[in-house]
Design a protein around this ligand. Structure first.
Ligand code: GLA
Length: 378
């Protein structure tokens, strides 16, 4: 098994789109180490779409764009490996990549070999330009086999945006993670819709294959390739987004320019308690309690390893809320004799033993997360 917990890294797409170069990727790899992101657990440096020339060479191989990558991809792979990091690249299951570059339809085994020779550790595999006559799942099965046959351990990051009920079959195609939604953009509404839409489908994540709810927008502040109509998020909103991704055991692929992060962005992306939740070895899905979240905050509860639990409140409304969390909804009826004790993971504040329910205050557009312990109560 390649991945027991959700993969963590950086991907070029959200900020840089087609504007990728060797020096950008090298500087990003350097920043991964010097900022402490590597020590926090981030290890993959992934180049997304637009890395090659528009046509293959006379031997049918994909050619790195010499203007963007003057020393070729192997040189970059070696550099990234020399820093103790892993290297990811991108291709697509259809006849062209989403941005119109050569992709691997019907050349899966040849391309997988080429990627293995470059020395990649991760392949993101997109879904644009799929011929109508061929089955989507079959194309992922093909690349799954091609990567395994390539002679190198290559994490298979499928990206068909949730098509064909991907949750149900993608693990059987050999993928290690799978994009389950359309593309994120740098707005609250985008991460809210993605997260809420995936709640019923998180149970498909387990060691070996994870539901990837898309790359992070933390720290983008309205700049870059996935900016959205002048939207500029606050750090509290980015914290909500990051905490949701961790609550949902999503892969954590950073999308901002990590060479230029402010302190708030670093603090969010390297929050130890949240990363530990994301990486919890049991990979259990959270469930929602507290009724409809069009009026109240989204309230999620999740079992962690070692008899621990996490309670998360996410208030998408502009103004504060004072929701009640009813313990019977998480499985603790009053007559059980048990209640909860909560510790705020951001402030350390303790909410001592209570039974039946707890009334929690939460400001607008913020999140609160608590480690929870089950305790006896009279
Ligand atoms: C699709 C994917 C994105 C990105 C682009 C590149 O839209 O979902 O994550 O890879 O293609 O063109």
């Amino acid at each position: 098994m390649l991945v027991k917990t959700p993969p963590m890294g950086w991907n070029s797409w959200n900020t840089f789109g087609e504007n990728i170069t060797e020096s950008l990727i090298m500087e990003t790899a350097d920043a991964m180490v010097s900022t402490g992101l590597k020590d926090a657990g981030y290890e993959y440096i992934v180049i997304d779409d637009c890395w090659s020339l528009r046509s293959r060479d006379e031997n049918g191989r994909i050619v790195a764009d010499p203007e963007k990558f003057p020393h070729g991809m192997k040189h970059l792979a070696d550099y990234i490996h020399s820093l103790g990091l892993k290297f990811g690249m991108y291709s697509c299951a259809g006849t062209k990549t989403c941005a119109g570059y050569p992709s691997s339809f019907d050349l899966e085994f040849e391309d997988a070999k080429q990627f293995a020779e470059i020395g990649i550790d991760y392949l993101k595999y997109d879904f644009c330009f799929k011929p109508n006559y061929i089955d989507g799942p079959l194309l992922y099965r093909r690349m799954g086999m091609a990567l395994k046959a390539s002679g190198r351990d290559i994490l298979f990051s499928a990206c068909n945006w949730g098509s064909d009920n991907v949750h149900q079959w993608i693990r059987s195609a050999g993928a290690d993670m799978f994009r389950s939604t359309g593309d994120i953009n740098d707005s609250v509404n985008s991460f809210k819709e993605i997260a809420i839409g995936q709640i019923p489908l998180l149970g498909y994540s387990a060691p070996g294959c994870f539901n990837d709810i898309d790359m992070l927008i933390v720290g983008m502040y309205g700049k870059g390739n996935v900016a959205f109509e002048g939207s500029i998020l606050t750090d509290d909103e980015y914290m909500m987004h990051f905490a949701l991704w961790c609550m949902m055991s999503s892969p954590l692929m950073i999308g901002c320019d990590i060479r230029n992060m402010n302190q708030a962005t670093k603090d969010i992306l390297m929050n130890k308690a949240l990363i530990a939740i994301d990486q919890d070895e049991e990979v259990r899905a959270p469930f929602a309690v507290g009724g409809k979240y069009d009026e109240s905050p989204l309230i999620l509860f999740r079992h962690l390893a070692n008899n621990e639990y996490v309670l998360g409140l996410f208030n998408f409304h502009e103004s504060f809320r004072d929701p009640f969390v009813e313990l019977f909804e998480i499985g603790l009826p009053v007559k059980s004799g048990y209640g909860l004790e909560l510790t705020d993971i951001f402030t350390g504040e303790k909410i001592p033993k209570f039974k039946s329910y707890v009334n929690l205050h939460i400001e607008g557009r913020t999140c609160r997360l608590f480690k929870a312990k089950v305790v006896e109560v009279q």
